[in-house]
Design a protein around this ligand. Structure first.
Ligand code: HEC
Length: 246
């Protein structure tokens, strides 16, 4: 049985499983020798293996070590080799290493960029069927240097629905529309301001389904789709669960 499992794993495994250096654990690929020689003097390679980021993230980290940790400066060509290696083999986790069928807006945001914080305010944990609820979204800590405009998305996962099915909020708090399964933004083209947005006001919970309702919200770049886009989120994903019952 065990052997059978191993064989089937081998059959479905991706063609190129990266080979790693036995001594350091670094992925063996173009540039790995220069990285091994340059980057494992002060700390082990596990620092590198656990880290991930874009080329800019890596460059920023190298500059930080050069400015504060006595890392020497590199010739342009050597720096390029190092960055090529890091970018290719330890690039951002988001797109490359996660299961593709999970919507990207359910994944943790890229930790190497500052993001606004967003949260639901006003929800209780538990509601009765014909009770009314009022909920706001509060956006705060918007990074001062952020430019551009943003879209706010809000969606609800209803009880007994497939994991990847959401209803998307549209309309206004007093006249909400959320019967659409089609991904769409809730508020468009917001400026970079910290604000409170009314999501639902005195909304009467319809007597359809009891169970768990999960509210989601996220801020993304204008016109971007958080279900398909990568690197477009501009806030954390706000998640709040309520239960509706007797
Ligand atoms: C002169 C010493 C030195 C060299 C050489 C050096 N580093 Fe570092 N590095 C440090 C110090 C000090 C820290 C902070 C303490 C720690 O995490 O071990 C650090 C931290 C790190 C971290 C962890 C950052 C974090 O926030 O978790 C990574 C990744 C890293 N270095 C990558 C590299 C890479 C890539 C190279 C080669 C280009 C390199 N280092 C070469 C001194 C060095």
């Amino acid at each position: 049985m065990k052997i059978f499992i191993i064989i089937s794993l081998l059959l479905v495994a991706p063609v190129s499983v990266a080979e790693v250096d036995a001594e350091t654990g670094l992925i063996i690929a173009d540039g790995y020798k220069v990285v091994k020689k340059t980057c494992t003097r002060c700390h082990s390679a596990s620092n590198i293996i656990q880290y991930s980021g874009t080329r800019l993230t890596w460059l920023g980290l190298i500059r930080w070590m050069q400015n504060t940790q006595d890392l020497e400066e590199f010739e342009a060509d050597k720096e390029k080799q190092i960055l090529d290696y890091l970018e290719t083999n330890y690039g951002p986790k988001e797109a490359a290493y996660r299961r593709a069928h999970i919507p990207s807006f359910l994944m943790p945001p890229n930790p190497y960029r500052s993001l606004a914080t967003i949260k639901f305010v006003g929800l209780k944990d538990h509601y009765k069927l014909d009770e009314t609820l009022t909920v706001d979204l509060v956006i705060a800590d918007f990074p001062a240097y952020s430019k551009g405009r943003f879209d706010l998305w809000a969606a609800i996962h209803l009880p007994n629905k497939p994991d990847d099915e959401f209803v998307f909020l549209k309309g206004t708090a007093s006249e909400p529309l959320f019967n659409s399964l089609k991904p769409q933004s809730f508020q468009v083209s917001l400026e970079t301001v910290n604000s409170t947005y009314s999501v639902l006001k005195n909304f009467t919970i319809p007597s359809v389904e009891i169970g768990k309702y999960v509210f989601y919200a996220i801020l993304v770049e204008k016109s971007a789709n958080p279900l398909t886009g990568t690197d477009i989120t501009r806030s954390n994903l706000a998640v709040q669960t309520i239960t509706v019952g007797d």
